[in-house]
Design a protein around this ligand. Structure first.
Ligand SMILES: [Zn+2]
Ligand SMILES: [Zn+2]
Length: 376
């Protein structure tokens, strides 16, 4: 298994606590990886950056960020190699940062047009990985619900592959996601509704968009659970035996495309592009958040807004939680439709209820189409 090889290559028997050089090593490797990838994007923007995002990048800020990542990779590398006996992590981070610098670092000039073309979304993968890890990993390390479950828990590499699989082919996936909505608005566009909504205050429009999206999400999510053919795809998302920020990425592309596509249909009928964009940012942050290994609860808030414990009950393998809590933003939507389950405690077990799916990304991607069951 690749995960075992990674553990053997980078890991050791020493403690992973603060001050042992473990986290500085991880940070060095992470910053080195990001800076190297970012410099590659600067060299080959036509191939490695998303055409829709390219024109909007604040290039000066990004170049400063790349420079900071290179410096951070070297600094953390030095700290880690002083503190820790095994230097593989530190050396990897420093080597990647040196390679990024040798390739021109943050000052690589962009040649040619930045418009159009078919490309791999390496920029989007690196940027989202950086932002999500920056926000959620510290929260999970500081206030975990399951402290023994580390950041590099079992199957984390599988989830990184899933994260890549929804980011690198961004162009194709967003085309598929937008397909039902663009078809629907062609025939069902409601200008009166659009004008009516556009006259409302921005915040109200935004709130309304989340309500509409969550009701749409509720029904497509319900279908994913109740229609056996669709469940084959959604079962992949439920196969995680431990949840954290990146476990939420474990999702078959058919599942992902269906959910996003059908949420966009009602949104595009009545809401402006800026509201839809704001919703997309919100859903990325909130859906990731609901999967987090994060213990603290705000009692007053969790009745109105889905908090991690609520969505964790959706992922339990315990009978009482099966087919409950389909909403991703507002628990009261489940209350309304009779699928609300929210006891005071956290679940004991996660994953599929008496079902097994094949391990590995490839089989998990292909098997739902063929209906092939896991062979022991
Ligand atoms: Zn589900
Ligand atoms: Zn989930």
């Amino acid at each position: 298994m690749i995960e075992q090889k990674i553990n053997e290559f980078f890991g050791d028997a020493e403690s992973g606590g603060f001050g042992t050089g473990w986290w500085s090593g991880i940070l060095s490797a992470f910053c080195g990886f990001l800076s190297f990838g970012a410099v590659l994007c600067l060299h080959f923007p036509q191939l490695l950056s998303t055409p829709d995002l390219r024109p909007h990048y604040p290039m000066h800020t990004l170049r400063v960020l790349i420079q900071c990542l290179i410096v951070a990779a070297i600094l953390f590398g030095v700290i880690s190699s002083i503190l820790r006996k095994k230097k593989t992590l530190a050396l990897t981070g420093m080597l990647l940062a040196i390679a990024a610098t040798a390739l021109g670092g943050s000052s690589v000039q962009i040649n040619g047009s930045v418009h159009g073309g078919l490309a791999i979304g390496l920029d989007w993968f690196l940027l989202d990985l950086f932002l999500m890890a920056l926000i959620y990993v510290p929260l999970e390390r500081l206030w975990p619900q399951y402290p023994k479950q580390g950041t590099f828990r079992r199957d984390w590499t599988l989830d990184v592959v899933y994260f890549m699989s929804t980011h690198l082919p961004l162009q194709i996936l967003s085309f598929l996601v937008l397909l039902p909505a663009t078809q629907a608005t062609k025939y069902l566009g409601v200008p009166v509704l659009q004008e009516l909504i556009a006259r409302m205050p921005w915040l109200l429009q935004f709130f309304l968009a989340i309500v509409v999206a969550d009701i749409a999400e509720y029904f497509i999510h319900l279908a994913l659970h109740k229609v056996p053919f669709l469940w084959r795809f959604h079962a992949v998302h439920h196969s995680s035996k431990a949840l954290d920020w990146i476990a939420g990425s474990r999702s078959h592309f058919v599942d992902d495309t269906l959910v996003r596509g059908f949420i966009l249909v009602p949104l595009m009928l009545g809401f402006s592009q800026s509201i839809i964009l704001a919703y997309l940012i919100f859903v990325t942050l909130h859906a990731t958040w609901t999967h987090c290994n994060f213990g603290p609860n705000a009692k007053w808030l969790e009745k109105f807004l889905v908090m991690p414990r609520y969505h964790h009950w959706h992922h339990t393998s315990q009978k009482e939680g099966i087919d409950k809590n389909f909403a991703i933003h507002f628990p009261w939507i489940d209350k309304l439709f009779g699928t609300y389950y929210f006891p005071e405690k956290w679940p004991d077990t996660y994953g599929l209820d008496g079902e097994e799916i094949a391990p590995g990304f490839f089989r998990q991607t292909v098997d739902p189409f063929t209906g092939r069951k896991r062979t022991p």
